[in-house]
Design a protein around this ligand. Structure first.
Ligand code: FMN
Length: 331
């Protein structure tokens, strides 16, 4: 059965979502994930204050493209009125939905009353969400964590109340704020939320899915409506097509060949340059090379060149050199 967000966003059976990731899930990265079959993507989180101040950095993150649909714009903030105004600005950029971030644990977000800090004040979280829902005709979704810390795991209550004020889907990262990214994600509370007979919106599980096996096992064990993947897709957008293929056929797709890794990395680089300009595009691509070629023998030497070159033609030459001749045992 198809999973739907609101009346109009049909994600097909058991969708895979690309997690919003600051400095990662920008249009160039989203392009390569979309090519690999991801069903729903989000922008990086965008500061509501930045949007209403018209800050260039926040505004640039509103860039979305037709081929990316369905796509959500994610916003965060601590002030309800600012979030309401930011919703109007984000909606005017034409996304399919607006997502609110109540999960970000980092100090300069959570300690300023935004992101995961709203998990300490569910009344305010609900009021803020209602203001966002009322400010747009688009579906509104939420991404959050299990709670603030071990003593306040309140996502069960939050889910009911957020649904009551009109959210259309909920993604839950199976950690508390105080866990940050440490330890292992615990999906058992995500299942509790899903099993709550009052809950009728889709519940997406998030946290630590990094293989076909895990996706298949956790789908069964935790009964979620879909899975959101973040870190495992960085440098490995093929994870979406591999999981999808397994669900569709019950068979494992072979991993990407070296030639395909090179080609997709090159596409990512060219899209980066097209969207950010040559200098920034080349610079910001540097953090991705090691991920694209993880596990490849002798890659270190190439990497050193890739992260120091400043000219796209020279970078493309190095990418083309990463060949079977140098790593004969690699598929
Ligand atoms: C580099 C990075 C940036 C992130 N930025 C965001 C963000 O902007 N908004 C958000 O809701 N979560 C953000 N997250 C959290 C992820 O969306 C996700 O919840 C988390 O990484 C757990 O999923 P994973 O184990 O599949 O990576 C970020 C995570 C990482 C690693």
């Amino acid at each position: 059965m198809s999973v739907k967000i609101g009346k109009n966003i049909d994600l097909g059976p058991f969708p895979l979502l690309l997690a919003p990731m600051e400095d990662v899930s920008d249009p160039p990265f989203r392009y390569v994930c979309k090519q690999n079959g991801v069903d729903l993507m989000y922008t990086e989180f965008i500061s509501s204050e930045g949007l209403i101040r018209d800050a260039a950095k926040s505004r640039q993150k509103l860039d979305i493209f037709e081929y990316e649909r369905p796509i959500g714009i994610q916003i965060f903030g601590s002030d309800i009125e600012t979030m309401r105004e930011a919703t109007e600005i984000a909606a005017a950029a034409g996304p399919d939905l607006i997502d609110i971030n109540y999960g970000c644990p980092v100090k300069n977000v959570a300690c300023r009353g935004a992101g995961a800090s709203l998990l300490q004040d569910i009344d305010k979280m609900v009021a803020m969400t209602k203001a966002v829902v009322d400010a747009t005709s688009l579906p509104v979704t939420v991404k959050t964590r299990l709670g603030w810390d071990d003593q306040t795991k309140n996502v069960y209550e939050a889910a009911e109340r957020l649904q009551d004020v009109g959210i259309e889907a909920l993604s839950i990262h199976g950690r508390t704020r105080s866990q940050m990214y440490k330890g292992q994600a615990d999906w058992s509370m995500i299942r509790d939320v899903k099993r709550n007979p009052r809950i009728r919106i889709p519940i997406f599980g998030n946290g630590d899915v990094d293989s076909v096996e895990k996706a298949a096992a956790w789908r069964m064990e935790y009964e979620v409506d879909g899975i959101m993947i973040g870190r495992a897709s960085i440098g490995y957008p093929w994870i979406f097509r591999e999981i999808k293929h397994f669900f569709q056929t019950g068979e494992y797709l072979p991993g990407p060949s070296l030639a395909e890794r090179i080609e997709v990395c090159r596409t990512h680089l060219l899209k980066s340059i097209a969207w950010k300009g040559e200098k920034t595009g080349i610079f910001e691509m540097r953090r991705h090379y090691a991920n694209y070629f993880k596990g490849i023998p002798h890659f270190k030497e190439y990497r050193m060149q890739l992260v120091s070159l400043q000219d796209v033609a020279a970078i493309e030459e190095v990418l083309a050199e990463i060949s079977y001749d140098f790593v004969p045992s690699y598929p």
